[in-house]
Design a protein around this ligand. Structure first.
Ligand SMILES: C[S@@+](CC[C@H](N)C(=O)[O-])C[C@H]1O[C@@H](n2cnc3c(N)ncnc32)[C@H](O)[C@@H]1O
Length: 259
């Protein structure tokens, strides 16, 4: 990568970070859904080690940490998000048990069979669903849990416009039965699967995003890359409203049943 490209890339990452820093969460979800997913997980104690991969600014991590007693590590590759994450942990009085670190989900800094729970809301797609399932498994103890949310098709067929959008954005999107089969194939027992309700997209994601967009466009007025990025966010929202019966987020809870 040339220096010039590196600068452009870094600039874009800074823009993305800036845009989403004004939001409590960086993807669809809600405190209720985080707690529903947690309700399927047993065995956690104050000695448990928990990792939240692709944690963003930690909206879901603080909810999770408020309802478990173990140590929680949030990991994200954007240092701007991790700064906010650690500030949020301090403000919630959780700093003794909750730590944000900068790192990459394809090279996790954990020891084999160290973790009791791997959490990841709306982030495993960055490494790919199957790859994440397979590569993260070794960090879990036997009997440990994985709880991830991922985009799914709700039907076997769908209109070309939304199919093409996802084939371009994330071709690994799949139907829920196929995703459950991948979980099983990767060596986990599928424990629970549920679709995130619509308010996880609307009230908890798109509404705060519109507010963040206003702040962002004022700050970067006249900046073509920023305007394009912001426009893409609006297109994603329009597509969701048009095609929400065909796709959405699903939470998958799975247990590592053998080493
Ligand atoms: C859609 S956001 C979800 C954030 C948060 N989990 C939530 O639900 O609000 C995806 C997150 O994954 C992070 N991410 C993307 N690629 C990553 C990588 N290779 N390693 C670690 N984090 C990554 C992004 O910075 C972002 O915070």
């Amino acid at each position: 990568m040339s220096n010039e490209n590196k600068t452009i890339h870094d600039f874009e990452l800074n823009l993305i970070c800036d845009f989403f820093s004004n939001m409590e969460r960086q993807g669809p979800g809600s405190p209720e859904v985080t707690l529903k997913a947690l309700s399927f997980i047993d065995n956690l104690t104050e000695k448990s080690l928990i990792a939240d991969i692709g944690c963003g600014t930690g909206g879901q991590t603080m909810v999770l940490a408020g309802h478990v007693t173990g140590q929680v590590t949030g990991l994200d590759f954007l240092s701007g998000f991790i700064d906010i994450f650690n500030r949020n942990a301090r403000q919630s009085g959780l700093q003794n048990r909750v730590t944000g670190i900068v790192g990459s989900m394809d090279d996790l800094p954990f020891r084999n069979e160290e973790l009791d729970l791997i959490w990841s809301e709306g982030a495993i797609y960055n490494i790919g669903f199957e790859r994440g399932l397979n590569e993260w498994r070794k960090y879990l103890k036997k009997g440990g849990y994985l709880a991830v949310s991922e985009c799914s098709w709700f039907t076997d067929e769908r209109p070309a416009e939304i199919n093409d959008f996802w084939m371009d954005a994330y071709p690994e999107i799949d139907t829920i039965p196929n995703q459950v089969a991948k979980i099983h194939k990767a060596g986990y027992l599928p424990v629970a699967t549920f679709i995130l309700p619509e308010n996880c997209w609307t009230d908890h994601y798109f509404t705060p995003k519109v507010a963040a967009q206003k702040i962002f466009l004022t700050k970067y007025a006249g900046n073509k890359i920023a305007e394009e990025f912001s426009m893409l966010q609006s297109i994603e929202e329009e597509l969701y409203h048009k095609y929400k019966e065909y796709y959405g987020y699903t939470f998958f809870i799975a247990k590592k049943i053998r080493l």
